[in-house]
Design a protein around this ligand. Structure first.
Ligand code: AHM
Ligand code: MG
Length: 337
């Protein structure tokens, strides 16, 4: 009989793959798994209970309208992570400053977590897929003292694990601890994530481009040239490509993982550094994309090689099938010469 592997079993079985295997990563991931289940049950009630849909009437550090679910999800993940005593600090899209745990367990926690508790929150009210994104690093500062800013400002290459949860037509948790990418689908009737997408690999090429093309007039020349290329007819390279844009990075990238393609959020004359945040949106997704055999770039450099300078810094982002990202990068290079 076909034997289903649960996320819990998978983590324990693969603990040895994790360079510092002592059960700590398992404990940390199980905190994320638990918070994701609780959040999933709330998201499924959107529209039925008062306290989920709509805004709280405040803006976050990004200057963006905070939704009730953003705030709820943030508290949920922070509390779940704090309870496990493995984490010395958390940075979140919803928190202006880093959260540093200064109690005895906190100063001895070995890990830093960066999180976007709800990505795509403008989609909550219209019943479109949203997600949670997380990145996990070993701290750089010595144990026994509170975490420092440097612990958070590590290049994405240093990630020891990263993942996302997509709350879609089914809920999935997709993660990597540096040995490929695996996807787990949630069965709400038993409350368990099962391995459903082992060893996820992004197709080398694809025929879908994904971007908010309404901003075309504000994009730089290389991005405009690439978009024109995507739409130009050429039978040998399956062009014109299809355009798909959900407006929820997790949903657009989840499709890209499964079907191939390229997802883009460029800088522009109205968003000088793009929109997406390097530390808790782009880095974890770039880690997963590279682990799945794809590429993630800011047009000129791998996202994972960028040296961060600020917690909430933004970066242009182009990620997906290797051949498509390489083509786009060649247009950036041509624009310099
Ligand atoms: P958020 O974290 O505030 O939800 O913002 C990130 C989201 C991405 O998921 C999505 O791709 C993008 O913002 C959509 O932005 P736009 O409406 O400008 O296309
Ligand atoms: Mg986000």
């Amino acid at each position: 009989m076909y034997r289903l592997t649960t996320l819990g079993e998978f983590i324990i079985k693969n603990q040895a793959d994790f360079p510092y295997a002592k059960g700590e990563l398992s404990s940390l991931l199980s905190a994320i798994r638990l918070a994701a289940k609780v959040l999933n049950s709330q998201i499924n009630k959107a529209g039925l209970v008062d306290d989920i849909l709509g805004s709280i009437g405040e803006v976050n550090i990004q200057g963006e309208d905070q939704k009730k679910l953003d705030v709820y999800a943030n508290e949920l993940f922070v509390n779940a992570l704090k309870a496990r005593n493995q984490v010395c600090g958390i940075a979140s899209e919803e928190e202006e400053k880093t959260i540093i745990f200064e109690n005895e367990e906190g100063v001895n926690g070995k890990y830093i977590v960066l999180i976007d508790p709800i990505d795509g929150s403008s989609n909550i009210d219209v019943n479109v897929s949203i997600g949670t994104i997380f990145a996990i690093y070993r701290r750089l500062s010595p144990l026994g003292a509170p975490a420092t800013l440097n612990d958070f400002l590590q290049p994405g290459r240093n990630q020891v694990a990263a993942g996302y949860v997509i709350y879609g037509s089914s809920t999935m948790l997709v993660f990597s601890s540096g040995n490929g990418v695996n996807g787990f689908t949630y069965d709400p009737s038993v409350g368990v994530f099962y391995l459903s997408h082992p060893n996820m690999c992004i197709p080398k090429s694809g025929n879908i481009y994904s971007i908010n093309e309404g901003n075309y007039a504000f994009f730089s020349e290389p991005v405009k040239s690439y978009l024109d290329y995507c739409k130009r007819e050429d039978n040998t390279s399956h062009r014109p490509y299809s355009g798909r844009y959900i407006g929820s990075m997790i949903a657009d990238l989840h499709r890209t993982f499964l079907k191939g393609g390229i997802y883009m959020y460029p800088d522009s004359s109205i968003a000088l550094h793009g929109k997406l945040r390097l530390l808790y949106e782009c880095n974890p997704m770039a880690f997963l994309i590279e682990q799945a055999g794809g590429l993630a770039s800011n047009g000129r450099q791998a996202i994972l090689d960028i040296r961060p300078t600020e917690i909430h810094q933004r970066t242009p982002f182009y990620g997906g099938s290797e051949e498509m990202v390489t083509k786009l990068e060649s247009m950036f290079r041509m624009s310099v010469n």
